[in-house]
Design a protein around this ligand. Structure first.
Ligand code: SAM
Length: 331
């Protein structure tokens, strides 16, 4: 099997696809209140476009494809997309990132059609606070979605909480207890300066160090570090002893993990993004809709991977940070 290796020697085997820019939540740190996606149907990758692009990536060694958004469950045909992707030769892992508002309805069908595991965003367990953060969301629907994912047999199930100082940071402990009670994993995420909403939210930044101090204080000596593998993603993870759960921190800002970055991103409009924090992109939509052959498109991809930057610039210069909204990139 060929491999996609960039000029820093990193093997790229993980593609994240945002399948829609639309979201039913409007988390204040993720998108500007007035931002409404403005795209016509033909601007968005079709099923056939997605299938061909993923097949070409699989032929180049990509084995993991995450569906994200916007909110992926809003994309009509999500179950079909899951089925098409998971049946491509070489694709072994098809996780989903969702806010779970609609997951109760979709979880069984998605699992039957190849979604083996799910990450669910939940920033508060308090209905009013949740509603404020998401500008209108309903945490009870999300909890029903989590229960449905558990019942469907997807595994592992991770809940992700963006920790914000003076906003929801007093819920770190209750989120851990919630995860233990449900038998699922929890990850705490630092706010990232992506898009104008993300840049505004950096004033609420809560560091990895502070999160870990709270986690260890709460769980005392009842945690065991988990050795991270490349496929685990960037969390610092700990098994919570005598439970089914683990806890971790994703700290893209305090402690970037660019040296082990194995991922690339595809937007709903078909732009291949090489680094979460940077603007550079090439249009794979134009490529698959032109008369380029499969081999010519694969050559384009290999050349693009060669331009993957060494690291993001979250900590150095705000000028070099992507202006794209996180909802467009998919997280
Ligand atoms: N709608 C899906 C969801 O809620 O998971 C998928 C898309 S959402 C953009 C993916 C993840 O990005 C969510 O966990 C969200 O909390 C996170 N996110 C968005 N903006 C962020 C920011 N500025 N800093 C850190 N995480 C962010």
């Amino acid at each position: 099997m060929p491999k996609l290796i960039d000029k820093f020697g990193r093997e790229i085997n993980y593609l994240r696809i945002s399948i829609t820019e639309h979201c039913n939540y409007r988390c204040f740190y993720c998108r500007d209140d007035e931002h409404t996606p403005n795209c016509k149907r033909e601007d968005i990758l079709s099923y056939e476009d997605i299938q061909r692009i993923v097949r070409l990536f699989a032929e180049l060694g990509i084995s993991k494809v995450r569906l994200t958004g916007g909110e992926p469950l809003l994309r009509r045909g999500i179950v079909k997309i899951a089925r098409l992707i998971s049946s491509i030769d070489g694709i072994k892992d098809v996780p989903l990132s969702t806010n779970a508002h609609l997951l109760e309805k979709f979880a069984p069908k998605l699992h039957e059609n190849g979604i083996n595991r799910v990450n669910i965003s939940i920033d508060s367990l308090m209905p009013n606070r949740f509603k404020e953060i998401t500008r209108g969301g309903d945490v009870n629907e999300v909890i029903k979605g989590i229960d449905a994912a558990i019942a469907s047999g997807m595994h592992p199930i991770k809940i992700n909480m963006v920790v914000m100082r003076g906003n929801n940071d007093n819920e770190i402990e209750s989120m851990i207890d919630f995860a233990i009670e449900k038998g699922i994993d929890v990850r705490f995420i630092e706010t990232m300066p992506i898009g104008s909403a993300g840049i505004d939210a950096t004033s609420l930044h809560y560091s990895e160090k502070d999160i870990l101090a709270r986690v260890t204080q709460h769980l005392k000596n009842k945690i065991t570090p988990l050795t991270s593998s490349k496929t685990d993603g960037p969390a610092k993870n700990f098994k919570i002893n005598n439970t089914q759960s683990s806890v971790g921190v994703i700290s893209a800002v305090s402690n970037h993990f660019c040296q082990t970055c194995n991922r690339i991103r595809l937007t709903a409009k078909g732009d291949l993004i090489l680094c979460l924090g940077q603007e550079d992109a090439i249009s794979l939509k134009d490529a698959v809709r032109s008369d380029l052959t499969d081999d010519e498109i694969k050559t384009m991809i290999v050349e693009a991977i060669n331009k993957k930057p060494e690291k993001h610039e979250f900590n150095s210069s705000i000028d070099n940070i992507s202006n794209r909204q996180m909802a467009e990139i998919g997280g």
